[in-house]
Write a protein that binds this ligand. Structure first.
Ligand SMILES: C[S@@+](CC[C@H](N)C(=O)[O-])C[C@H]1O[C@@H](n2cnc3c(N)ncnc32)[C@H](O)[C@@H]1O
Length: 240
């Protein structure tokens, strides 16, 4: 089947609309990622049919959550974007102002090149550690996304300083352990976030189980954030 058709059909099963033009853009982006992957290590998935599901559809699942309505005037940050997932697909479907961040320079350079080639004017990139960037643009984002970056308690700590009051952290997970969720709950309490929903999804063709956790910034955090670089990972919040 044609990849654009596959993408649009799979997204439609989750109630996510995708025009033919958006589908073409996303498949062109995937082509660029797969081509670049021959010289820069960006992804282990090289089969385009699998990549449509495991990269594009997977990145876009949060758009089917009831609490998420991203408008073109909204801003979002993608923490640890790698090859641009989920940031590029979310930017294409929503038209929102996207900031894609990673600490690995060659990945950021690749994503910057993709955005230029595809003329994605709403997409900006930043080569930085999240803890450093948080000091420069505090309270600036309506949404913060993270897919496959760290344990949820660490993501909560990274994301909090970027979020506006009532802004939302969107965490994309496989099958989180109960212990991870408990630690996340304690970290959220410290950081001033509240879990607003947990939705589960099955990817097509048995390609995997996914969970989307949404946290809203509802209060001031009890500690000063960001902590020093490395603290979130080496001395995580929420452990007993
Ligand atoms: C497993 S990759 C996932 C990439 C992408 N989100 C995806 O779903 O394909 C995790 C990425 O997070 C980045 N990363 C991890 N910790 C980071 C930090 N503290 N600041 C910035 N980037 C970070 C890594 O460099 C890596 O590119």
């Amino acid at each position: 089947m044609d990849l654009v058709l596959q993408l649009r059909k799979e997204l439609a099963t989750y109630g996510i609309p995708c025009s033919e033009e958006q589908g073409n853009l996303l498949v062109s982006y995937l082509d660029l990622v797969i081509e670049k992957n021959k010289v820069v290590n960006l992804t282990r998935i090289s089969d385009p049919v699998e990549a449509v599901t495991l990269h594009l559809v997977d990145s876009l699942l949060p758009l089917s959550c009831d609490e998420i309505t991203i408008r073109p005037e909204d801003s979002f940050l993608d923490m640890g974007t790698g090859a641009g997932f989920p940031g590029v697909p979310v930017a294409v479907l929503t038209g929102a102002q996207a900031l894609l961040v990673d600490s690995v320079g060659k990945k950021v350079a690749a994503v910057e090149e993709f955005a230029r080639q595809l003329r994605l004017t709403g997409v900006s990139t930043k080569h930085s550690r999240l803890e450093d960037l948080a000091r420069m643009i505090p309270g600036s984002q309506d949404y913060v996304f993270a897919r496959a970056v760290a344990q949820t308690n660490v993501l909560i700590e990274y994301a909090t300083p970027f979020l506006k009051q009532n802004g939302m952290l969107v965490v994309e997970k496989g099958r989180p352990e109960d212990s991870e969720l408990l630690e996340a709950e304690r970290a959220a309490e410290i950081c001033g976030l509240a879990l607003v929903s947990r939705e589960t999804f099955e990817l097509p063709r048995d390609l995997g189980h996914r969970e989307i956790l949404l946290y809203r910034r509802v209060r001031k955090s009890k500690i000063k954030l960001p902590r020093k670089v490395g603290m979130a990972k080496n001395s995580p919040l929420g452990l007993k």
